[in-house]
Design a protein around this ligand. Structure first.
Ligand code: SIN
Ligand code: FE2
Length: 214
């Protein structure tokens, strides 16, 4: 259950559906720290544009931290314990990341969320993520927690069928979306990023998505 007083204490938050909400500004006060961690992580594991199964270069650049990392290549999408480029484990989830993910999930009614993967997306102007379901995780009882940082974007929130026309929600630096329960398999995506400048992120939008993969 969503905390009953939540929508009274934060007017910028909206319920997206059952077990799904967009928490306006939830991570804003730690936004700069989160971006600093992203830069530290990317010094160790550079962002890269992976290939889709069909051989297309993704417009979004990605890197992973946590016990498992999400990868895409000619053999498809999956989570791995080792970075295929280095043969080494992914960097650990920073405690600040873990704490944020657990707190956000809790607000939407998912207690003790313990993600084992964090995919970090980096969007430059024009980059987009087409409508998809997050379906590479074995544990579908856990929610997805998604943190927006830097430039604003349009978050597309569809239905359980790809044909449902998505609702467009603008997401800003520090907004956190959580979806689980009967909303866990909703199609979602990000519209092509508009050019802009953000004081903490420059010409980029970053997104952290926390998942429990197994
Ligand atoms: C995702 O669907 O994995 C990320 C969505 C986003 O960048 O906000
Ligand atoms: Fe997704």
């Amino acid at each position: 259950m969503m905390h009953p007083d939540f929508f009274e204490t934060d007017r910028h938050s909206i319920q997206l559906g059952a077990g799904a909400a967009l928490l306006g500004g939830f991570a804003k006060d730690i936004g700069q720290d989160l971006i600093r961690h992203i830069h530290d992580l990317s010094a160790h594991t550079p962002f890269r544009h992976m290939e889709t199964r069909g051989g297309k270069r993704m417009s979004v650049a990605m890197l992973n931290c946590g016990q498992f990392g999400w990868i895409s290549d000619r053999s498809g999408y999956r989570y791995t314990a080792l970075n295929p480029l280095t043969g080494k484990a992914w960097s650990a989830l920073p405690p600040l990341f873990l704490d944020l993910a657990t707190r956000a999930a809790d607000v939407v009614g998912f207690r003790d969320f313990l993600p084992d993967a964090c995919l970090i997306n980096r969007y430059q102007p024009g980059a987009r993520l087409s409508l998809h379901q997050d379906m590479d995780e074995q544990d579908r009882t856990a929610p997805i927690v998604s943190v927006s940082l830097g430039l604003p974007a349009i978050f597309l929130w569809g239905g359980t069928q790809r044909t449902v026309r998505p609702v467009r929600h603008q997401v800003f630096h520090g907004d956190v979306a959580v979806w689980g329960g009967t909303s866990r398999m909703i199609f979602h995506g990000i519209d092509a990023l508009k050019n802009g400048y953000h004081p903490a992120a420059g010409h980029f939008r970053f997104n952290l998505t926390f998942r429990k993969t197994r």
